[in-house]
Design a protein around this ligand. Structure first.
Ligand SMILES: [Zn+2]
Length: 352
């Protein structure tokens, strides 16, 4: 199959959630005065459709199954689901206290649900003052006491509260107990998986008086007790000409960087993997050899691996996230070393 190599934009799918909001402005200004509270905008779900490019009209799932190596990259074969799920999340209330399984557990116990675990990261676009998240167990919390806390509805006392503001980023390995708090807009980047085990939902009831299901036994199977991993990211920023490049996290499932610039930048894709560009702020043009394509906030672009060189020409200050599945972490670590990231900074950024 021969396809035209150009950036392709995916249309979001909006999902209602009890903790969501009635307006998604300013990211999605047309999603305003909503009757139903929307909590999530899925940008790279399997059912999201391409708005343009060679796969226009197809869902990401359909297109992924037939993408040639020029799109996927030489190190990624289109087996199973598209590997990275990107969402924007809008919270007016706190989310349930929850945990996700890792790949081993999901492949044994969650085949029906895709069999993939969920390691994720959050990048905070905006935050109300004094907002916080719950992340990781407090030191010394053990299995028995945590299990009792679920029954006693005191789980919140056993999890660390982390004050969180715009531009913070958090890395959430599978097995870590967590809850996103109220008052945030954030971009979530994760394995393509929708498996969540709720341990506590604040005894909330919907209008019909129903509570949401809990999944306590499975949660107890997968929660990591003892030393906690991940948490607030110590980003590393390197100025490269007009581009301020910030390294946020690297793991086997995804690498994520923030790019900020007010003048044109030149970039190049790697033949090994596709890139996803997620626009957070700013407008301008993505220019390839043949085309000039306008970008605006809250869009996601699939950049084919073999695209090669391209420019981004901003009309105003622009903030993008770039995320991709690394062929191997060693090569990325070597590149960061070349750019001046120190050994000790690398140990913070890279999650093996
Ligand atoms: Zn989660």
């Amino acid at each position: 199959m021969i396809v035209k190599l150009r950036p392709s934009r995916l249309e979001p799918i909006f999902d209602a959630r009890p903790w969501g909001v009635n307006s998604l402005a300013p990211l999605f200004p047309e999603q305003n005065n909503l009757k139903e509270k929307i909590g999530e905008a899925w940008l790279t779900g399997e059912k999201c459709r391409f708005a343009d490019g060679p796969f226009a009209g197809s869902t990401l799932g359909e297109a992924w199954a037939q993408m040639p190596v020029e799109c996927t990259g030489t190190k990624l074969r289109p087996e199973g689901a598209f590997p990275i799920l990107v969402k924007f999340i809008f919270t007016d209330d706190k989310l349930s206290v929850q945990v996700h399984p890792d790949d081993d557990y999901a492949s044994q116990h969650e085949k029906q649900a895709g069999g993939r675990g969920k390691t994720e990261m959050w990048y905070f676009v905006s935050a109300r003052p004094r907002s916080e998240i719950l992340f990781g167990l407090k030191p010394g919390v053990e299995r028995d006491s945590f299990r009792r806390a679920i029954d006693d509805a005191t789980v919140e006392n056993f999890v660390v509260r982390v004050p969180t503001k715009a531009r913070d980023a958090i890395f959430v390995p599978a097995g870590t107990v967590h809850a996103i708090g109220a008052g945030f807009v954030l971009c979530e980047i994760q394995e393509q998986s929708d498996i969540t085990y709720r341990v506590y939902d604040y005894n909330r009831r919907n209008a019909a008086g129903e509570t949401r299901a809990l999944h306590i036994d499975k949660a107890m199977d997968v929660i990591r007790f003892g030393e906690q991993e991940g948490g607030k990211i110590e980003p590393v920023t390197i100025e490269r000409g007009p581009l301020s490049e910030t390294y946020l996290a690297a793991c086997r499932y995804f690498v994520t960087e923030r790019w900020e610039f007010s003048e044109s930048i030149s970039q190049k894709t790697s033949p090994e993997h596709f890139d996803l560009l997620i626009s957070i702020a700013g407008r301008g043009l993505i220019e390839t050899g043949e085309e000039k394509i306008a970008y605006a906030p809250a869009q996601v672009w699939l950049m084919p691996a073999a695209l090669g060189a391209y420019q981004i020409v901003p009309q105003e200050r622009t903030e993008f996230l770039r995320t991709f599945v690394p062929g191997g972490l060693d090569e990325y670590v070597r590149q960061l070393g070349e750019r001046g990231v120190s050994e000790s900074q690398l140990t913070q950024l890279v999650h093996k």
